[in-house]
Design a protein around this ligand. Structure first.
Ligand SMILES: *Cc1c(COP(=O)(O)O)cnc(C)c1O
Length: 389
């Protein structure tokens, strides 16, 4: 079936240029990078080339890049690894209310195991206050973990400013940049980032590969123990195919970043303008400008985001909502609640995330299909009836 995919923050399709470079490693070049015969040396070389590409994309050096099994693992490693290695100095960690669960739940796990946590609130756009951050830092603070760009609302944090504050206080700064890498320009040195998580499947490469940037000299323990891979810091036979794909994907996105950012921002603004023109009682969640090029997040009052998703699905249009009903929970997104939205408004959210395969025509189709869907759902909504009285 022909469909339109608007869930690029959830995962992305593997692009053909990326698929092409991994094929030889599925076939004759399948060797284990730790072995010494010719095809294994080829694997090892491919691994190191990918490492150089990842390093280059974020302004790091290759020996600061470590491959992992996911963005989630990178977040776990950064936080637990720094916590374990620096517990002599202190046990206080600072994070934000709108982090991905890979960060929030890791921090919460630590807070139940002897560490202390400060969770910074955000403003109505999802941005933390630098003043709050500065005030939260204590002599026993060992880590600040604040995401680069939010996966739900697209808001981009003042990362360089956070980095500066962390550096001035001698506290490590980790950023979950899974949504940002390849889509927004990043330089770990200019931004004073000490640890950065990224993930391949948000960049048109396959699922199940991530990387962690660790600034040289950072005190961090491994969390996966076993063989000597990744210079004794992350055990397990390398996911060669995933890593080669990640290297090529990040390289391509970096080359394309200016043009693609401009194109996606154009589509995003067209979508926002069109929705505000045709649909009443709607709110844009996240910051109007400081947001990822491809992220749009609306709240439609008086209806449920899940119902919008189902009706879009019937039209072959795939998007996402801010309530986690799909995962068996009725709680609205912690991110939308942190912005100060009521439960009802948070439940009416719809996330459209545009990617490199989306066209102008896709946006036209959505702008055609969405208004009648919203109208139909509102016509059935008791809340809407109530409001009209
Ligand atoms: C997708 C995502 C993750 C998790 O990455 P996986 O590779 O899927 O484990 C973490 N943080 C953010 C912001 C994400 O968008």
């Amino acid at each position: 079936m022909k469909y339109i995919y608007f869930d690029n923050a959830g995962t992305t399709r593997v692009r053909p240029e990326v698929r092409d470079v991994i094929l030889p490693y599925l076939d004759e070049d399948f060797g284990n990078p730790s072995a010494i015969y010719d095809i294994a040396r080829k694997s090892k070389k491919a691994l190191e080339t990918a490492r150089e590409k990842v390093a280059k994309a974020i302004g790091a050096s290759p020996d600061e890049i470590f491959f992992t099994g996911s963005g989630t693992e990178s977040d776990n490693w950064a936080i637990k690894g720094v916590a374990e290695a620096n517990k002599q100095k202190g046990k206080h960690i600072i994070t934000s209310a709108i982090e991905h669960h890979a960060v929030l739940n890791t921090c919460e796990y630590l807070s139940k195991n002897g560490y202390e946590l400060t969770v910074l609130p955000v403003d109505e756009y999802g941005i933390i206050s630098l003043e709050d951050l500065e005030k939260a830092i204590r002599p026993d603070t060992i880590l600040i973990s604040v995401m680069f760009a939010n996966n739900e609302i697209g808001t981009i944090q003042p990362i360089a400013e956070i980095g500066k504050i962390a550096r001035n206080h001698g506290v490590y700064f980790h950023t979950d940049a899974v949504q940002a890498v390849g889509h927004v320009k990043i330089n770990v040195n200019e931004m004073n980032i000490d640890l950065l998580s990224l993930s391949a499947h948000k960049m048109y490469a396959p699922k199940g590969t991530g990387a962690l940037y660790i600034r040289k000299g950072t005190k961090i323990k491994p969390i996966i123990h076993g063989g000597g891979q990744e210079r004794n810091r992350r055990a397990g036979t390398e996911n060669l195919i995933g890593i080669v794909a990640l290297g090529r994907a990040i390289e391509l996105l970096t080359e394309e970043i200016d043009a693609e950012s401009e194109r996606l921002t154009g589509l995003r603004q067209k979508l926002i303008t069109g929705v505000f023109k045709d649909i009443p009682h709607v709110r844009l969640n996240g910051h109007p400008e400081k947001r990822l090029p491809g992220n749009v997040n609306f709240s439609f009052e008086y209806i449920e985001g899940e119902s919008i998703l189902l009706m879009l699905d019937m039209k072959g249009i795939y998007a996402s909502s801010g309530s986690a009903c799909t995962s068996g929970s009725l709680d609205p997104s912690h991110v939308l609640l942190a912005l100060g939205l009521s439960h009802a408004t948070a439940h009416g959210s719809l996330r459209i995330t545009l990617g490199k395969f989306n066209t102008d025509e896709d946006v036209d189709i959505l702008l055609n299909e969405l208004p009648p869907i919203i109208k139909k759902l509102r016509d059935m909504s008791p809340l809407y009836e109530e409001m009209k009285k």
